[in-house]
Design a protein around this ligand. Structure first.
Ligand code: HEM
Length: 369
């Protein structure tokens, strides 16, 4: 940085004149001032500012992952940006507590002035969902309306553009699919993992059959559960079954990417896999935090308006609970622990591969005497 720069004034830099003049309560305008409307406006504006920051971080991560070959350094940077999103989300969740200092009666003092505006029309919130990779076919409809139907035509275009642009989920899929370690001339992860699972399942079945303390009914019940577990593993080991689940929207990650994510989770103690493991864990954190926010928002809405319809026209609390259930992006990563096996049962990696996955010191760099 070359110096000197012209001096700058705090208020000008932050454009506080504009920012602090951007709260215009409708209740004042209609001559019926409601004390809590300022809080309602400021809370929403604070959310939108944090949404802007989240989009800034997501865009930078998407850009890094667009590269054909991702620089190892960038994975570290991407992780620190995802972590920042996670910390911001905690503030977003806590911020609802401030709004809850407003009582339902206080809200009623100005609520009718807001119709038909609603958080449902938050463009940045929708862009975050799209940039993460929320499946448009999975979206809960408001009545029979799409999420972009209640916004201006200019905003609708922005939303449709972001829906068809590349998402974190799609980028991560590509990146995982390129990870080389799962099939080398000496090591076929799928085959080795399949053999380990076969042994584990055989053992488990024998334990159930030979357990003398189980009644006939209990044994049958446990055997049924065992068959379900077996089916789950079979689906993981069978690419066609996986693709069938994908075509029904029940899986989002490609088969290759799923195997790579499993490999990273199972062998995360190998030094080279630490960062990819942390990266995937932050994606799960982000999804979980949005779900937590959705539940908390839905509960707050229930407390605030009871069973009334929302200002945007939805069934209110009921609609919001449905989105909390369904609007998840990284469900495949959430499901991975189903397929984890104890470290002691993990197929051993060949020595060469283990060396590749470690921080391999050749001894060529010597300490100065
Ligand atoms: C008194 C406070 C609030 C009430 C009563 C409320 C009520 C509602 C209702 C009923 C909906 C469903 C759509 C509709 O029919 O309008 C909704 C959606 C939404 N609200 Fe709120 N809200 C409040 C505060 C907030 C705050 C502070 C934010 C922060 C940005 C927010 C963001 C959203 C978002 C993003 C949606 C869309 C959710 C989705 O479709 O998944 N709301 N809100």
């Amino acid at each position: 940085m070359k110096k000197p720069f012209p001096p700058i004034y705090y208020s000008d830099y932050l454009q506080l004149d504009k920012l602090l003049k951007s709260q215009s309560p409708k209740s004042d305008e209609y001559g019926n001032p409601a004390h809590d409307e300022l809080l309602f406006i400021i809370i929403h504006q604070a959310y939108e500012l944090w949404f802007k920051q989240i989009i800034h971080e997501l865009d930078s991560v998407i850009d890094m992952f667009k590269m054909e070959k991702i620089d190892e350094k960038n994975i570290g940077i991407a992780i620190s940006r995802l972590r920042r999103i996670v910390v911001i989300q905690k503030v977003l969740i806590d911020q609802l507590n401030i709004l809850e200092t407003m009582t339902p009666l206080d809200f009623l003092d100005f609520r009718d002035y807001l119709i038909p505006a609603s958080g449902f029309q938050s463009i940045q919130f929708r862009m975050i969902e799209n940039k993460l990779g929320l499946n448009p076919d999975n979206r809960v409809k408001l009545g029979n309306k799409d999420y972009y139907s209640l916004v201006s035509s200019e905003h609708k275009k922005l939303l449709l553009d972001s829906q068809s642009s590349v998402s974190i989920l799609a980028e991560v899929d590509q990146w995982l699919s390129r990870i080389p370690f799962i099939e080398t001339p000496e090591f076929n992860f799928k085959k080795k993992y399949g053999e380990a699972i076969e042994d584990i399942l055989k053992n488990e079945k024998e334990i159930i059959i030979n357990n003398p303390s189980l009644s006939v009914e209990k044994r049958d019940k446990q055997l049924k559960e065992f068959e379900n577990t077996k089916l789950n593993f079979e689906a993981l080991l069978d690419e066609n079954k996986h693709n069938e689940l994908m075509s029904k929207g029940l899986r989002r990650l490609s088969y290759k990417a799923t195997l790579a994510a499993l490999f990273i989770n199972l062998y995360r103690d190998e030094p080279i896999l630490h960062l990819p493991f942390r990266f995937l864990s932050y994606l799960v954190d982000i999804d979980e935090n949005f779900t937590t926010w959705r539940y908390k928002h839905a509960l707050m809405v229930h407390r605030m308006i009871g069973a009334k319809v929302g200002t945007g026209g939805s069934s209110g609390h009921h609609y919001l609970m449905q989105t909390a259930e369904k609007h998840k992006v990284f469900g495949d990563l959430f499901d991975l622990p189903t397929y984890l096996i104890p470290r002691s049962e993990l197929p051993e990696l060949p020595a060469d591969l283990k060396k590749e996955l470690g921080f391999y010191y050749t001894g060529k760099i010597k300490k100065e005497k």
